[in-house]
Structures are given as C-alpha cells and as structure tokens.
Ligand binder design. Structure first.
Ligand code: SAM
Length: 175
C-alpha cells in the first residue's frame, strides 16, 4: 500500500512549531511542509518558501510560496533557516507512507537532506530538525557531524513508543 496523504499535524509538528518564533527571520525554507503548519507559523516573522514532494500540499499553502520538490532538487537560493520535520520512521513495507518513511533504517532521508543543505544556507544559516529515538539518536548525531555541522538539542518529548527531539543545526560552531 502506497500512501500519499497530507500529514495531519501531530506531537512532532507541535514540538518543532514551538521553536519557530525564536529562529524564523529573513528567508525560511520549510522542507516537507505537508499541511503548511510550520510554514504558516514562520511566515509571521519571515519570508517563507514551502516545499513538498507531494503536490497536494500546495492546496494547504495559500498565501505562501510553494514548490514541488524532492528535497532540494527544484530549490534555488539561500536561506537563513531551513525547517524540516521529515519522514523519520524505518520503512514498513506494509504501509509505505511518504510522510513517515525515512528510508530502510529511518535516517536515510535526513542523511540525503544534510548532504546538500550547506549549499542552501546563508552564512549564518541554521536548520531546525525533528527526529525520533526510532530514527536513531546517535546515528543522526553522527550524520550531522560527518556532514560538517554543529548541533544543539533544543527540546524533547517522550511518547508511548518513542522520544522526539528537536535539534538546532549550525554551519558555524556556536559561541
Ligand atoms: C512528518 S511530515 C511533516 C509535515 C509538516 N511539516 C508537519 O510538521 O506537520 C513529512 C513531510 O515530508 C514530505 N516529504 C517526504 N519526502 C519528501 C522529499 N523527498 N522531499 C520533500 N518533501 C518530502 C511528506 O510529503 C510530508 O508532507
């Protein structure tokens, strides 16, 4: 079964949403915007471009610039903040949902995203990234370091089967 429905905002969306007011200034890219919940919050303080691989998301992004794109494939320019609440769960072959499936182990999409992110960040550019204990905390930290970024945990939330984390990822070593 292959699902391509708009992701209804859940605990993960709300956890990362809380950080947006503090970090969204200048130009912001909301990667995997879905319902547009994070893009709308960021648009209160910044100039936002919303991206999703799912063209249906455009309907939910009225008044916000929207581009259909597989990660950065159709993106141009540099951003002061990139927000990404990605699909972060290990692939379940019974339910292939584009909003949940982060790859075989769950972290592959984050790895692919971070591989190209440098190019799309301004000099002081930062990333707000959400992931779960099911994605693999140490593995994600390892990927962040390998891609030459610095990170700081901003918040976490325990749920029944997992713990969620929001990280601030920086091109520059925080002072
Ligand atoms: C967990 S949902 C988050 C949706 C929304 N940002 C939120 O916080 O509620 C992940 C989103 O990423 C999108 N997505 C999945 N793979 C993608 C890709 N390769 N490029 C761009 N968007 C992608 C999905 O369609 C989905 O809307």
């Amino acid at each position: 079964m292959f699902i391509m429905e708009i992701y209804e905002p859940r605990e993960d969306s709300f956890l990362i949403l809380k950080q947006i007011g503090k970090y969204a200034t200048g130009t912001v890219l909301d990667m995997g915007t879905g319902s547009g919940i994070l893009a709308k919050e960021a648009s209160k303080t910044a100039n936002v471009t919303a991206i999703d691989i799912n063209p249906e998301a455009k309907k939910y992004c009225k008044g916000i610039k929207f581009i259909v794109s597989d990660l950065f494939s159709n993106v141009k320019g540099k951003f002061d903040l990139i927000i990404f609440n990605p699909p972060y769960l290990p692939n379940d072959p019974r339910v292939e949902d584009v909003a949940l499936d982060g790859g075989e182990k769950g972290y592959e999409i984050i790895e692919k995203f971070l591989k190209n992110a440098h190019e799309y960040l301004s000099n002081q550019g930062k990333i707000l990234l959400l992931f779960s204990s099911l994605t693999g905390k140490e593995k994600v930290e390892d990927i962040i370091k390998k891609k030459r970024f610095y990170y700081k945990e901003l918040s976490r939330q325990k749920l029944h089967y997992e713990e969620l984390y929001v990280y601030l990822i920086d091109k520059n070593e925080p002072k």
